[in-house]
Design a protein around this ligand. Structure first.
Ligand SMILES: Cc1ncc(COP(=O)(O)O)c(C=O)c1O
Length: 440
């Protein structure tokens, strides 16, 4: 499609858009037709500063030549190869590169095509691991209120966002939820909040209720992104690690947003100094350019499966596109780009400027909380009475018209720009957002 073509409204009906107010969108479409570096081009030719790295995924910015070249070269060399009982070198190479940047305890990689699939895969590995070790009674999974773990049945069962769950029946049985970590006394905190480490102790209550020998795993986002950027209180993740270890419960970190430099370290596990047994990732794994997700596991988990006759499949799980050549090539090129440009740690050096610029919006109309860490930030607005979510959604539309892409969840504005953003672009993003908020 030529870049300047604006689809007429009657072109839009066939595509049932995900997580979108379809009728609203189709009456006033917001179309993106190209992207380069820190900017999208809108259908009317305007440049729009990307304040969200697409959907938390384009960590190296847009149109990175090494990645697009790797994809087109692989498409012309090995367009597809099965990963069931067959292999190709690029998938193995990417797995090696991934474990190199992950905490040393993470030794193996299982590929998926998305974050949702990575979550469901991680939950299945946790259940099967216990069974493989003769602890088949460990079937219970523990998530957290307000958690987002994608949209598979496993993910919405352990997830804690009510709108993502309530329409879809009974979900997985045997799931409990820890309380979320968003406390009013932590409002306007810069970085990790002080209060709330004890919320992890609720796991002891769940253990006392059901017995540790019925619990397979606890899954949390080390920093909850999609629900509106909820940060782990100081000491909270450490406590969760301690309690899970004490009871032989696996700890899964869902690093779909926090992976690949968002907080200033390759993964949040390194940033917080807390290492789980299993980690999920996706999004930034290929800079968002092509679908791919992955589950990283410890050696102990992987090795528990490597028993029995050698010709027998050890894990009856996988996807047609697990580790496909084009995504794998994109993954390698992405990691090379991140490493060459120092992006896995760049957020740490920008975090101070980011924090100051973000918190300068604290006195703007309707702002009730601001929170931040690495290159992620949230501005929570007071809801309009009787119309929750409307204030932030209106701000989102005005922001797009003003030339910045932000993301909203309920009445929370979330910001997570590409890690290539400059200090001047951070200022531009916040200045424009400030004007948008003042007009609200
Ligand atoms: C923590 C987390 N897990 C899982 C997912 C789902 O990923 P996907 O949309 O690629 O299925 C997301 C997406 O935002 C996420 O933030």
């Amino acid at each position: 499609m030529p870049l300047d073509r604006k689809p007429a409204p009657n072109d839009l009906s066939a595509f049932w858009m995900p997580f979108t107010a379809n009728r609203q969108f189709k009456t006033a479409p917001r179309m993106l037709v190209a992207a380069q570096d820190m900017h999208y081009t809108a259908a009317d030719g305007r440049q729009v500063l990307d304040g969200t790295a697409g959907l938390w995924c384009c960590n190296a910015g847009h149109g990175r030549p090494r990645i697009t070249r790797a994809i087109s070269e692989m498409a012309g060399t090995l367009d597809y190869a099965p990963s069931f009982q067959m292999g190709h070198p690029t998938a193995f190479e990417l797995a090696n590169r991934l474990v190199e940047i992950a905490p040393p305890e993470m030794e193996h990689v299982f590929y998926t095509n998305s974050g949702s699939e990575a979550v469901d895969t991680a939950l299945k590995i946790a259940l099967a691991y216990h069974r493989a070790r003769g602890e088949g009674s460990r079937t219970r999974l523990i998530g957290r209120e307000r958690g987002y773990h994608g949209v598979g049945f496993g993910g919405i069962s352990v997830g804690g966002i009510v709108s993502n769950r309530r329409m879809f029946g009974t979900l997985l049985a045997g799931v409990d939820h820890l309380p979320h970590t968003h406390l009013p006394e932590n409002r306007m905190t810069r970085g990790q909040p002080q209060h709330g480490a004890e919320l992890a102790d609720d796991l002891e209550r769940i253990v006392a209720l059901h017995g540790a020998d019925t619990i397979a795993a606890v899954i949390v986002e080390p920093m909850a992104g999609s629900t509106g950027v909820l940060l782990p209180p100081k000491g909270y993740l450490e406590r969760l690690r301690e309690i899970t270890r004490k009871h032989g419960i696996l700890l899964i970190f869902d690093e779909v947003i926090t992976g690949f430099g968002r907080l200033g370290s390759p993964f949040a596990a390194q940033h917080f100094g807390v290492v789980p047994d299993i980690m999920t990732c996706a999004k930034g794994l290929t800079n968002g350019v092509i679908p791919m997700g992955a589950v990283l596991t410890s050696g102990a988990i992987h090795d528990a499966f490597m028993q029995g006759p050698e010709h027998v499949i050890e894990l009856f799980h996988g996807y047609t596109y697990s580790g496909n050549p084009i995504s794998s090539a994109a993954g390698i090129a992405t990691l090379e780009t991140y490493i060459e440009d120092g992006l896995l740690t760049r957020a740490a050096s920008l975090a101070g400027h980011w924090e100051k610029a973000l918190h300068a919006l604290a006195d703007h109309p309707h702002v009730i909380d601001i929170r931040n860490m690495g290159l992620i930030g949230a501005i929570e607005l007071a809801p309009i009475e009787g119309a929750p979510g409307k204030r932030a959604f209106d701000a989102f539309v005005r922001a797009f018209e003003a030339g910045i892409l932000i993301r909203v969840t309920g009445d929370i504005i979330a910001l997570s720009p590409p890690l290539t953003i400059s200090e001047a672009q951070i200022d531009e993003l916040m200045d424009t957002l400030g004007q948008v908020l003042k007009a609200g």
